[in-house]
Design a protein around this ligand. Structure first.
Ligand SMILES: Cc1ncc(COP(=O)(O)O)c(C=O)c1O
Length: 468
């Protein structure tokens, strides 16, 4: 049992003791609690911190720790809010990928790699090193982000192209890719504008566009990417100048644009004087050969706003990403980004920089990919054994499988039934900005270990069969 769970266990049993004692009773000493529960004093102190945070005890320096009777939760009439809030907004749910699920659920819904795959040791030693830096707790004097981290992101992008295109001045650090997407939409669009997106695409981008009051025009995505002629038509017919896309390992399908599609899209962007928001969320998550370089790497004339996130390769908690682009557009984004998040904590930026510039980073990335590959293969094999589930294509990168369902199955209902039976998945409708061409689910392999796949897929297969 680790220190966290031992502390939680001790806190649980002390909570029961607190319930049967009046307010202001002194808590037994750390030594007594340690002896009674067979744990060390550090674990007891951690348990007491949990109880203090819960508000059931309070610590008075020099006097001890005492039981506090919490005030009963007061009720009040909040019904007036319904009228004041008015109609419900276009965005009223977080996508299923970030929903919390009951303990013990098989987590095929989340795209964040589980701790077993992440470079935890690297992050922990980075944390310790950064904690010793005296200025790590101070507010940053660089609103666009720590200069050394910005340089790292610029170099990473530059090495995918001719070189000499990007430096730290072309980079803004954000708290994750989602914040970067929202910042771009806020800076470049106004409510009522149109944005073009692939279909299917990342639910978080759809939600950000809806929250900004945008109309979303979809262009169909196939295994090879999109048809540049469709993009051209969408931009001109609907008077749009921003296109959100994932050329490499798109979430949810895992597919990659071909070289022809990349060249064709670039022509369209130039001809139509449009911006593309290139969400390179899975740069570190390739499962076969190296991915093609980002389109932004060769973008001399600033058509591409490039987003690279480290939340799925460093840590979902060290939420660091970067937005990279050339030209005055970045100044616009920098100016509006403040509105949402003012500054990204220097602490997390330094931790991210320490990890990506450490000797172990390459090894950590290789370990992550090895783990993801084994999980992908195990999930593909489990799904292929299920007669009602069809893997559209085995992805060479990313975090999940895009699975087609028989025509009459409703992905939302299927998701609810499976969750009831202990398996969380992500229903296809969340990934379509407009009509769905058919029913799908995304089964993620990043967040759950292989040993649970066969049983979980059987649950999905049974639920599908029952719903037909
Ligand atoms: C395609 C895509 N873009 C962006 C994000 C945002 O990730 P984060 O904000 O954790 O960087 C996600 C998260 O799942 C994603 O799947």
């Amino acid at each position: 049992m680790n220190n966290d769970s031992s502390a939680a266990r001790v806190a649980g049993s002390v909570r029961a003791w607190i319930a049967s004692n009046p307010s202001a009773t002194t808590l037994p000493s750390t030594r007594t609690l340690a002896r009674e529960h067979g744990v060390g004093p550090v674990t007891v102190q951690h348990a007491v911190q949990l109880l203090v945070a819960d508000g059931v005890v309070e610590t008075k320096p020099g006097a001890g720790t005492f039981v506090v009777r919490a005030e009963p939760r007061r009720t009040g009439d909040v019904s007036w809010q319904s009228t004041a809030l008015g109609p419900s907004p276009a965005v009223d749910f977080p996508g299923s990928g970030v929903r919390s699920v009951p303990d013990g659920t098989t987590a095929l819904h989340t795209g964040y790699p589980s701790p077993a795959l992440l470079p935890g040791a690297l992050v922990r030693s980075a944390l310790q090193r950064v904690a010793r830096e005296p200025d790590a707790y101070l507010g940053s004097s660089a609103p666009a982000g720590e200069p050394a981290l910005r340089s790292w992101f610029a170099r990473e992008l530059d090495r995918g192209g001719p070189g000499g295109l990007f430096d730290a001045d072309d980079v803004v650090v954000t708290s994750g890719g989602q914040a970067a997407i929202s910042a771009v939409l806020r800076a470049l669009t106004a409510p009522g504008d149109t944005i073009v997106m692939e279909s299917p695409t990342y639910w978080g981008a759809i939600a950000a566009a809806r929250a900004q009051g945008l109309r979303i025009v979809p262009v169909a995505r196939s295994r090879d990417g999109i048809d540049p002629a469709d993009l051209d038509a969408a931009l001109t017919m609907h008077d749009a100048r921003v296109f959100y896309a994932q050329p490499t390992y798109a979430n949810p399908t895992g597919s990659v644009w071909t070289a022809d599609v990349r060249a064709g899209v670039r022509d369209v962007l130039v001809r139509r004087k449009a911006f593309m928001l290139e969400d390179d969320w899975a740069r570190d998550l390739f499962l076969g050969a190296q991915p093609p370089p980002p389109m932004a790497a060769g973008d001399v004339d600033g058509h591409i706003l490039y987003v690279r996130s480290l939340t799925k390769s460093v840590s979902p908690s060290v939420r660091v990403a970067a937005l990279v682009s050339r030209g005055p557009v970045l100044a616009r984004i920098r100016a509006t980004r403040w509105v949402g998040e003012l500054l990204v904590p220097r602490l997390t930026q330094r931790i991210a920089l320490d990890v990506v510039s450490s000797a172990g980073w390459a090894r950590g990335g290789a370990g992550l990919r090895r783990g993801l590959r084994a999980r992908r293969d195990a999930l593909v094999s489990a799904v292929r054994d299920a007669s009602h589930l069809t893997v559209e294509a085995v992805p060479d990168g990313g975090v999940g499988l895009w699975v087609a369902l028989p025509k009459r199955v409703d992905p939302a209902e299927l998701t609810a039934v499976c969750l009831d039976r202990g398996v969380a998945l992500s229903p296809g409708h969340e990934w379509f900005p407009a009509e769905q061409p058919g029913p799908f689910v995304r089964l993620a392999f990043a967040g759950e270990s292989e040993d649970r796949y066969v049983e979980a897929v059987q649950v999905v297969e049974d639920a599908v069969r029952e719903s037909m």
